[in-house]
Design a protein around this ligand. Structure first.
Ligand code: NAD
Length: 305
């Protein structure tokens, strides 16, 4: 299959591109390298350095993808709060232009990197299923939810099949420390350089941590199989507090560096955890890497072992 991966020079996108190449697909990556790195690109992919806000018409015309895995995004929640207009330009307008060109260019399937935590907002149920009410509390969550709504429209109007993968907090090798789950990368970097880490507030806020290469596998399953169009949670269903996360990393690295506690971040979501049961049923996806193993691989990548 010919697959265009947007954001393929980034953390998760490069794992997706790698998985696709290994499975024998023909892959092109489009990335403006605003956060991604050329070194992340696997051998054998075609590369276009371009901003998706332009809509990628020329690339789709030239490469003729059968499917698109869309990962390029403004993905910093705090930046979305500071610059909601920029967030919408990339995550809404850029995505809509891309979808228009996909529909015109005969693309058959669109796999979208959406978000669980940011779309559900403060949860009523733990873990949240896909039926949980959607009340994003950041412009980033709003723009991702809007992307999902456009997918529904393009399916209804143009027959473009789609799978929206609602990720929990993704961590792992190649992660940029500025993302939604940047905390793992930040702690690993600090442990590697022997610096003290700061935990915001009491550190009892929880997240659902899912391993990047497992998330890449969900993309492959969604691309390769006949999956009913819709949204699927890609998480573990397990909650881990920041205190426990740091403890695991500290133990894993063998470095005796106790953390400091700083002031809490106003407006920060307290708990987040999503239920992956539907993805298991419909996609055949399950998280395969337990937290300890994933953190060990991440520590190794950051040179903290
Ligand atoms: P990342 O920053 O490593 O990857 C995003 C890539 O997109 C980068 O390589 C960046 O250079 C590229 N990019 C950004 N804006 C672009 C633009 N306008 N045109 C072309 N390329 C552009 O981030 P990631 O963690 O790999 O995230 C990938 C996707 O997964 C994003 O859509 C993000 O919203 C989503 N997601 C991530 C997490 C997480 O925990 N990391 C959680 C939920 C959803």
């Amino acid at each position: 299959m010919r697959v265009l991966v947007t954001g393929g020079a980034g953390f998760i996108g490069s794992h997706v591109a790698e998985g696709l190449v290994s499975a024998g697909h023909r892959v092109a990556v489009v990335d403006d390298l605003s956060h991604g790195r050329r070194e992340n690109l696997p051998e054998g992919v075609e590369f276009y350095k371009e901003d998706i806000r332009g809509g990628c018409a020329g690339i789709i015309d030239e490469f003729r993808p059968e499917a698109v895995a869309h990962l390029a995004a403004q993905m910093d929640v705090r930046r979305s709060v500071a610059e909601p207009d920029f967030d919408a330009e990339v995550n809404v307008v850029g995505m809509v232009r891309l979808l228009q060109n996909c529909a015109l260019g005969g693309v058959q399937k669109f796999v979208f990197s959406s978000t669980g935590g940011a779309i559900y907002g403060e949860q009523d149920e733990f873990p949240a299923t896909e039926a949980h009410r959607e009340y994003p509390i950041s412009p980033y969550g709003v723009s991702k939810l809007s992307g999902e709504r456009y997918l529904h429209y393009f399916k209804a109007q143009h027959g473009l099949d789609y799978v929206a993968l609602r990720y929990a907090n993704v961590y792992g090798p190649r992660q940029d420390p500025h993302g939604e789950a940047g905390v793992v990368a930040i702690f690993c970097g600090r442990l590697a350089s022997g610096e003290t880490s700061t935990i915001n507030g009491k550190g009892e806020q929880t997240r659902d941590y899912v391993y990047g290469p497992d998330v890449a596998k969900a993309n492959l399953l969604a691309l390769e199989n006949n999956v009913e169009s819709g949204a699927y949670n890609i998480g573990t269903g397990l909650e881990t507090s920041v205190n426990r996360l740091y403890r695991l990393l500290r133990e894993g690295s063998g470095k005796d560096l106790p953390p400091e506690h700083g002031p809490g971040k106003p407006g920060e979501q307290l708990r987040s955890c999503i239920d992956p049961t539907l993805a298991a049923e419909k996609l055949g996806w399950r998280p395969e890497t337990d937290l300890r193993t994933g953190l060990r691989e991440t520590l190794r990548y950051f040179g903290a072992l």
